[in-house]
Design a protein around this ligand. Sequence first.
Ligand code: ATP
Ligand code: MG
Length: 568
Amino acid sequence: MKQSKTLIPTMREVPADADVKSHQLLLRAGFIRQNASGVYTYLPLGKKMLRKVEDIVREEMDDAGAVELLMPALQQAELWQESGRWQTYGPELMRLKDRHSREFALGATHEEVITALVRDEVKSYKRLPLTLYQIQTKFRDEKRPRFGLLRGREFIMKDAYSFHSSQESLDEVYDRLFEAYSNIFQRCGLNFRAVIADSGAMGGKDTHEFMVLSEIGEDTIAYSDTSSYAANIEMAPVVTVYEKSNDEPKPLEKVETPDSKTIESVAAFLNVPAEQCVKTLVFKVDEELVIVLARGDHEINDIKLKNYLDAGTVEMATEQEAARIFGATFGSLGPVGVPADVKIIADQAVQSLTNIVCGANEDGWHYVNANIARDFNISEFADLRFILEGDPSPDGKGTIQFAKGIEVGHIFKLGTRYSEAMNAVYLDENGRTQPMIMGCYGIGVSRIVAAIAEQFNDEKGFVWPATLTPFDVHLIPVNVKDEAQVNAANVLYDTLRQSGFSVLMDDRAERAGVKFTDSDLIGLPVRVTVGKKAAEGIVEIKVRKTGDVIESSVENVINVIHDLQGTI
Ligand code: ATP
Ligand code: MG
């Protein structure tokens, strides 16, 4: 590819609205341009990277026995109504009407479309298992599109769906795709970890997220410092055993706590540890207000709460809603004197507390020495808090540490959630009708490009690994008015390509400084500079990663680059 004939609009300045390295560099090195919030054009270099990632994904999916198809992005509302998700998916689903006022969605995911397809086309156990996948544009009206390609509103996903007549068959395909995913992320050069994403009813083995370890990750991974245990913090169970204190219950006392609205300020004011305090939170659980208590130094995990209560939606109540129960505002709420018909549940850590400090439901007042059963009742105790660093690992081995991760893939055993709702059934060996058992498997293809970009760069620009780069070689005739340089560059352009290297040639009539700065920014693994010594048949080879420079005769360039493979 000749640079004069393509579109690589590089920028010197760091774009003001790009907060992370990958986003900044993808813009600056001319890989992408933003059209609208979370919506991007992939310029030629960006498209190359996308294609490379897609190729890896495709190869590994095909190897794992999955078959590619392509489903529409435009999906009829009726399908989503059948599955029930038209109502529950919420504002992330982009909805529109056609000229006849029929409702559609732009595909955020394709469980409905594929389930309808397989329901109509597959009738017998003999045709199962079947694993289908596509690489396609998805639309999600994300609340906070950010970090460029990492969280877009229009992005590219590989999504696969498997259909089975038995749980064992699902398990087998799940394991095979787990392997395929590991291969994909490995081949993309990513530092990743597969983490348990659900420790719910099915034993914690039924959904995994693949996380690229990165400071800018939006997810927190809780992992054991001594075993292979790793889970999304959203799901990691707390297995801490709390010792009940031996303190004698003291009489309940109401104390004035002026200007103390947080646990820290109350604890400091009363000179007690935060662990002695109880936080009182109010959640709206499917429209019902529920009081949830946590120890002062703990945070309630709303996903655990949602799972525990088997609720459709869980959200924090507003201050006004809370005031309906308590007659006081946030910061002074507490469980003492709450009407008996209001449900109070608590994290299990609360159970072992004696002589608790809690809000007195009167602004500026707290209780000290409140005790469970004597002063207030808790209907249930459960594991509701976020795990913390230093907690024991849920597998019983070691201690929990945290790392930040970017979720690049997600595999999930769906069971019969969609097949039952949408009547996707088959006839088994005995002629009986059974719902198909399903799995689904997603990979953020465009997000991977950003994750790679985030991992491979330095202060000058990208440093693409030789295994995954838009082009293998950046060929730079320094002065395109110099005939010897142009001739040598043209010879190299042809011979490199004949030897199987992809080449980007900077044939622009730009100053040397501009070309080199752009070249560092674009970050191809090898640069071949054709400069003053071209007349003598000598060129310079520079390794982007190390900065090492090797002089070579034009004839020997291919050999030198071959020798560099594996080290760059
Ligand atoms: P997240 O928690 O990051 O929103 P998700 O759980 O909504 O992800 P899935 O529905 O499991 O994601 O989608 C499969 C994959 O698609 C994810 O693992 C991720 O790599 C990618 N993905 C999801 N949302 C986006 C997005 N807005 N932009 C880019 N990639 C995305
Ligand atoms: Mg999401």
